[in-house]
Design a binder for this molecule. Structure first.
Ligand code: ADP
Ligand code: MG
Length: 701
């Protein structure tokens, strides 16, 4: 019955009505009692203090003042009018200002009557003014609910324009507590409540909206954050469990000749411990009868390719074909060459399929795939085309996943009656704790160790004024036989401008590094693919010394002889992009360098990014900083995971609570996978309502 109350439309809450309900819906996405109850305050203000007008300072803080309006007038301004009230107390005078809603205010405000006004003060000359203050008659204020902390709710321009101020919202929520008698059902088990010393749900809700003390507020916040993250984890975990049960996989039970021959006779180096660990995880996964859906994270240069190859050989040992997809032609070609070289004289039939594969060749290839004469297909998106049919596809590997969407992944599934195992490889590091919590339906393996003997890239930050020194350094490196990248930002919104920057840069570099001593390649997004490839090839072959490029070279290219990466306007790049770009150098035996060029004008965030890059080469550490700077919105996978739409918890700031919630979600489900035990009844009920709301019903049941 209680759950029904929470599903009641807000129209029926006293003081709301159809108009306000509509505004609440469009502005804040609130439609039910339950939604309003979960409109948690952003912050709280201590309203126990009253300021005198002569105590006001230009601090931008929200303050509360008691006084009277002695005069009200309309003032013409550039656009429209503003309403201005002279507000006085025994120490002085200030202004209250409204830019909208004049009529309503004029009709409702009383002159010469004591008010408590509340809001942010600005100073103009010697006068303080408070725009759009919250107003309450002193009499009502004194009779009102005594709460130590005043909640401040999320708001929008439109809400305040339509008179739904913070105070009105607060009143609505009070009304909600009255009408429901604050009889909100418990949603966690007694065991959890006891073990974590949580306050009951109803008490938490009351104190989040009307905190009786700082201490109770903190307890309420903890309880609600924990609960929110706990239920997200329950969803992710049961989704994963459901997938394991439902989706049958191809059990790869054999380790056979292909794998063993390669391992014994062709492995060019000893695997790192991290590579061994990851291969073991993948083997175990593919050996079970459930379909593998695994994300392999490894920093640039950590050696994911060899792992991919070993897995593909395993597929072959079990009588299956495998495919490896890359986001660009250059990368697919590189993978193909790489694998060819690694395999040496081994009897493996492998082919490359890209957009530029000739028709005749393509037809042949299609046939060979279908009758099983090909073991491994390497390619681009072209692999996904319906015409490409395998005899028995057992494993699909996707490199650099962020270029492929979920829809494309599912296309792969349909290439075999029983879906192939899927391994997604990415060099975009995600902080580990976060990754675990983000990916409900992917298992995760991490290569957290670089092959031995790598020299970390030396990274420095230089201002544009130092350009001549940087060029001199480039010349020295080129004289030693090295090659260099000079990268310019390309950001969609200012494409034309960026393009001009690139061309200007190219010209100035051409002047500084003249023919015939220096050869320069240029690659950018406006070039035809064929021209791009041609320029790229020249650089790969060492025919050119400098590659001037936009970020098109970001992903995957492997040119060990390139040892210098100059990033122009580095302040405009995000951290993960900078890290990816830097990963293009440091692939050979020589010391490599990354030079971050910027102007003198730097924001604080930009400074942090540059300092981080200069301090560390560790992708995970960089990802952690990135997450703290930008929040989780840009991380891949966050959109699908539901973790972005949290009402109270913050996966960055509340990471310890997230870990705790995950731990307890695992414990709970291990102990009672279907949540059938009586003590878990509250969890089950809450969970069912939650997934119903989100149309996710069916994971536990
Ligand atoms: P990424 O993870 O960025 O795809 P690659 O697979 O391209 O990395 O490997 C980067 C380089 O490191 C390659 O030249 C590869 O041959 C080399 N490599 C990979 N694993 C090892 C290892 N265990 N020992 C030595 N070198 C390795
Ligand atoms: Mg790679």
């Amino acid at each position: 019955m209680q759950a029904n109350v929470l599903h009641t439309s807000l129209v029926y809450l006293k003081g709301v009505g159809p108009n306000r309900a509509e505004t609440l819906g469009t502005e804040l996405g609130l439609t039910t009692f339950g939604d309003l109850l979960q409109l948690y305050p952003n912050r709280y203000l201590d309203k126990t203090h009253y300021y005198k007008i002569n105590q006001l300072r230009d601090s931008g803080a929200d303050v509360q003042v008691v006084g009277k309006i002695v005069h009200l007038k309309t003032v013409d301004q550039k656009r429209g009018k503003r309403l201005e009230a002279s507000f006085v107390d025994e120490t002085g005078e200030m202004k209250l200002v409204w830019f909208r809603g004049h009529k309503w205010i004029r009709e409702n405000l009383k002159l010469n009557t004591p008010y408590v006004v509340f809001g942010r003060v600005n100073r103009y000359g010697s006068t303080f003014s408070m725009p759009h203050p919250e107003m309450e008659l002193l009499k009502e204020h004194q009779a009102g609910l005594k709460i130590a902390m005043q909640p401040i709710y999320p708001s929008t321009e439109k809400l305040s324009a339509k008179g739904i101020t913070n105070r009105v919202l607060s009143k609505m929520i009070q009304q909600l507590f009255l009408e429901t008698r604050a009889n909100f059902p418990e949603t966690l088990s007694p065991v959890l409540i006891e073990e974590l010393r949580l306050i009951p749900k109803a008490e938490a809700l009351l104190n989040i909206h009307f905190p009786k003390s700082q201490e109770l507020l903190a307890k309420a916040q903890f309880r609600l954050k924990f609960e929110e993250l706990f239920f997200v984890q329950l969803q992710l975990l049961s989704k994963k469990a459901a997938r394991k049960q439902k989706i049958k996989g191809l059990p790869f039970t054999t380790v056979g000749t292909y794998f063993n021959t390669f391992f014994e006779d062709h492995l060019p180096f000893e695997l790192t411990n991290a590579q061994k660990k990851v291969i073991k995880e993948i083997r175990k996964d593919m050996g079970s009868s459930a379909q593998m859906n695994r994300l392999l994270q490894g920093d640039v240069g950590s050696g994911k390719t060899i792992v991919a190859l070993l897995c593909m050989l395993l597929a072959m040992d079990n009588g299956f074909q495998a495919c490896l997809m890359a986001p660009t032609e250059i990368l697919a070609q590189q993978h193909y060459n790489n694998l060819k070289e690694l395999l040496g004289k081994m009897e493996v039939k492998m082919a490359l399929l890209t957009g530029s594969t000739k028709k005749a060749e393509r037809t042949l290839l299609h046939n060979q795939l279908e009758n099983g004469n090909l073991n491994i297909l390497v390619g681009t998106h072209a692999v996904l085309e319906d015409k490409v049919q395998f005899k028995q596809l057992g494993l699909a590997i996707i490199d650099e996943q962020h270029r492929f969407g979920v829809a494309q992944r599912s296309k792969l599934w349909r290439k075999n009656p029983i879906p192939p195992h899927i391994l997604v490889m990415t060099a975009t590091p995600i902080p580990r704790t976060l990754a675990m919590s983000l990916y409900g339906d992917l298992d995760i393996s991490v290569i957290d160790e670089l092959p031995p003997g790598r020299k970390p890239v030396k990274t420095v930050h230089r201002y544009d004024a130092n350009r001549l020194n940087v060029f001199r350094f480039l010349k020295e490196e080129i004289a030693k036989g090295r090659q260099a990248y000079v990268v310019y930002p390309l950001i969609q919104e200012s494409e034309a401008l960026d393009y001009k920057d690139l061309m200007d840069g190219y010209e100035s570099i051409s002047r500084e590094f003249p023919l015939p001593d220096y050869q320069i390649s240029i690659v950018h997004g406006k070039m035809k693919p064929k021209d791009k490839d041609y320029e790229m090839e020249r650089f790969v072959k060492g025919e050119t010394h400098i590659m001037v490029a936009t970020t098109v070279i970001e992903v995957g290219v492997n040119i060990p002889n390139a040892s210098v990466m100059v990033i122009e306007s580095a302040e405009r790049f995000g951290l993960s992009q900078l890290h990816q770009l830097r990963g293009r150098v440091g692939r050979g035996a020589d010391q490599s360098y990354c030079i971050l060029m910027t102007s003198h004008k730097l924001s604080e965030d930009a400074r942090t990014r540059l300092e981080t890059m200069c301090r560390t080469n560790d992708g995970f550490e960089i990802a952690e900083v990135d997450l703290n700077l930008r929040g989780p919105g840009d991380l891949m996978g966050t959109q699908q995971s539901g973790l972005l739409h949290l009402k109270i918890a913050d996966i960055v700031k509340d990471n310890p609570i997230l870990k705790l919630a995950r731990y307890h979600a695992i414990q709970t489900l291990t102990d009672d996978p279907k949540l059938e035990k009586p003590e878990n009844y509250p969890i089950r009920t809450a969970y069912i309502h939650l997934v119903k709301d989100k149309a996710l019903w069916g994971y536990i049941s």
